[in-house]
Design a protein around this ligand. Structure first.
Ligand code: AMP
Ligand code: MG
Length: 407
């Protein structure tokens, strides 16, 4: 076995993890610090010597790793949500909330991806960074996060590993990648819908993989989403079993399974052709999407049902299995959408037969870095409804802008 010193040297070049602070046994030790040269990496090797028949990678191993990472992160989040204390919640510089579960989830996903898919070129674009955890007074919080990460890793039973506080900080900061159009990049929102998480409502762990600028797989772990369809008039849905895992791989369709097991079943978006029968999703938080604009759009389309307002990309998951037919996301002027808020949801919906565009009808482009470069808003529906939805959205936006210019 390689010595700590030799591995430490390798790790500084090839790995985001600072070796001296991680303690573990042989197997994960090798996994975390395995160092593949460029010529021995199957992906890079195939680029330098392209095979005559170009075939798309299967991404099977990557999808399995993503499902495992998101499921474990969901387990950590569930524990925190059950016994959330005041000290578990902090405020970020932009005043948005962040919890020990956001940090723990990000660290855990990063660690699990590295354990499952050791790679010299690991790249992660994720929401959180460790800046606040490195400040004076954050020691207790960091300790709590580290304990949560270790407890959750140990529940899996396949990892004989204990990570240190330094390793947790490094795992969180491995999410600082800028992404972009070339190579592979994991994209993570460790808790999408933190405000919903704090209310005890919906949230999601959203993880996707970009390859050469395209989303090639996505996973949404939604610990509070009922297995049965969300029905806006059914107030009893909280009594249904909860905890859904959505997953999709490019060209392979989308699936859903229970978070705590069960085999996956294929899902498909609603086939509703008549907007009058279509219910629509939007953000619970009015600050995240213009509720008055979506209600004007719904009226134009003749949608009868009231909006279903839930937090997070659970909306994409619910739409992908046909609970509702439309999702409208119409942020206030000047807001820039981040790729981790849409990458996983987007592939789950498109692989379930749906369409995701901006308000100009353009596909979302995830190759531009950490942000999406969009015309106003994001709209999601099935193929049949998209043309009339797009018309209604554009008309409503025009009318809103005209009204504003008269003021
Ligand atoms: P949702 O739960 O659908 O409302 O979306 C939650 C996501 O909205 C969070 O992960 C944030 O990244 C994002 N967000 C934060 N502020 C805004 C904003 N002003 N407008 C739109 N989205 C926002
Ligand atoms: Mg988010």
């Amino acid at each position: 076995m390689a010595t700590r010193a030799s591995l430490s040297a390798l790790s500084s070049i090839n790995n985001p993890w600072p070796l001296p602070s991680i303690y573990y046994t042989t197997k994960p030790y090798r996994l975390l610090f395995s160092c593949r040269s460029i010529s021995s990496s199957p992906r890079l090797r195939s680029r330098r010597f392209p095979s005559p028949v170009a075939s798309m990678p299967s991404y099977d191993k990557e999808l399995a790793a993503a499902k495992k990472a998101a499921s474990l992160a969901a387990r950590l989040c569930q524990i925190v949500q059950k016994e959330l204390g005041q000290s578990d919640v902090q405020s970020k510089a932009d005043k948005s909330p962040v919890t020990v579960a956001d940090y723990g989830s990000q660290a855990l996903v990063s660690l699990v991806l590295n354990l499952e898919l050791p790679s010299a070129s690991f790249s992660l674009v994720a929401e959180e960074d460790s800046g606040d955890l490195r400040k004076d007074g954050a020691q207790e919080t960091l300790k709590r996060i580290t304990n949560l990460v270790n407890d959750t890793l140990s529940t899996d039973g396949t990892y004989n590993i204990v990570v240190s506080e330094e390793a947790v900080l490094a795992a969180i900061d491995s999410g600082k990648s800028e992404g972009g159009p070339s190579g592979q990049h994991w994209v993570l929102d460790p808790i999408d819908g933190t405000k919903g998480f704090l209310r005890g409502d919906q949230y999601a762990i959203a993880l996707a993989l970009l390859d050469e600028g395209r989303v090639v797989l996505g996973v949404l772990a939604c610990p509070n989403l009922p297995l049965m369809p969300i029905n806006s008039v059914d107030e009893q849905y909280h009594e249904n079993p909860v905890g859904c895992l959505f997953s999709a791989k490019i060209g392979d369709g989308a699936e859903m399974q229970l978070l705590n097991g069960s085999s996956p079943t294929k899902i498909h978006v609603s086939s509703t052709e008549n907007p009058a029968d279509a219910s629509f999703f939007e953000s619970f938080e009015a600050a995240h999407s213009l509720h008055d604009l979506s209600s004007a759009i719904a009226e134009k389309l003749g949608v009868q049902a009231p909006p279903v307002r839930i937090d997070s990309q659970a909306k994409y998951g619910a739409l992908a299995r046909g609970d509702g037919a439309i999702y409208l996301r119409l942020p206030h002027k000047g807001y820039h959408e981040k790729i981790w808020d849409h990458a996983a949801g987007c592939i789950v919906v498109t692989e379930a037969g749906g369409v995701v565009t901006d308000a100009a009808g353009n596909n979302l482009d995830f190759s531009k870095g950490r942000f999406l470069d969009l015309d106003t808003g994001i709209i999601v529906t099935n193929r049949t409804l998209m043309p009339s939805l797009l018309n209604a959205v554009q008309e409503a936006i025009r009318e809103k802008n005209q009204a504003a210019s008269l003021l």
